[in-house]
Design a protein around this ligand. Structure first.
Ligand SMILES: [Zn+2]
Length: 216
């Protein structure tokens, strides 16, 4: 993935006087950033991209981002609950033994798929997912270099696909949710991973949009 800072540089050639390696990203003004992100369709990916790369500039939008995450998260919760209720109705209204058996299978799947009941953990998940996107784990295999030696050859790191960063583990995630590792594993892994994947995809999509705009 091209670093968004390079893309911004291409979109703002007059103002691009920075070097990513030395953290020169701060040299971009709010105006530069605003002009560039206008190329990305409005939505959760754009908000997240700003949050991840320009935390200062995104502060004003923090409430807006959380609102979008709430809609995403509980929209999914509702769909899963709907599938569960539908399965229960099917079970109760089945007219043949075969139909009842089908409905029971459907019910087992829906129960397995259902997330825990709504409590404050969902808000901790939203915060932790954003934190993880901002601060991913340094890849332990390549120590963040993105490559390693395979005999005489330099080879791209398989674990992190050469990015030097990887996902956080269940211990870090459980701590963010203020719970024991086991509770995370048993109950909260599904909703966490779901939101993380969604947000990760949105950031990549928004970066692609920015990339497209920058190459025109
Ligand atoms: Zn690696």
């Amino acid at each position: 993935m091209t670093h968004p800072a390079y893309l911004l540089a291409r979109l703002n050639p007059a103002n691009a006087r920075f070097d990513v390696g030395s953290g020169g990203i701060q040299e971009l003004t709010q105006q530069d950033i605003a002009a560039s992100i206008a190329f990305i369709p409005q939505g959760i990916g754009r908000e997240l991209l700003c949050r991840v790369w320009w935390p200062e500039g995104a502060k004003l939008n923090a409430a807006d981002l959380d609102k979008r995450l709430i809609d995403l998260q509980f929209g999914e919760w509702r769909e899963r609950m709907d599938a569960l209720v539908t399965a229960q109705i099917h079970e109760q209204t089945a007219e043949t033994g075969w139909a009842r058996k089908q409905a029971q299978n459907e019910l087992v799947r829906a129960r397995h798929h259902m997330w825990p009941r709504i409590d404050e953990t969902y808000s901790l998940i939203r915060r932790a997912v954003v934190n993880e996107l901002i601060d991913p784990r340094t890849c332990p295999d390549c120590k963040g270099r993105g490559a390693g030696m395979a005999g005489e050859l330099v080879r791209g790191c398989m674990r992190c696909a050469g990015t030097g960063k990887t996902i956080r583990g269940p211990v870090w995630r459980a701590a963010q949710l203020r719970m024991k590792h086991q509770s995370y594993r048993q109950m909260w892994e599904q909703p966490y991973e779901w939101l993380f994947e969604k947000c990760n995809d949105e950031v990549h999509q928004a970066t692609r949009e920015l990339s497209k705009a920058a190459s025109v």
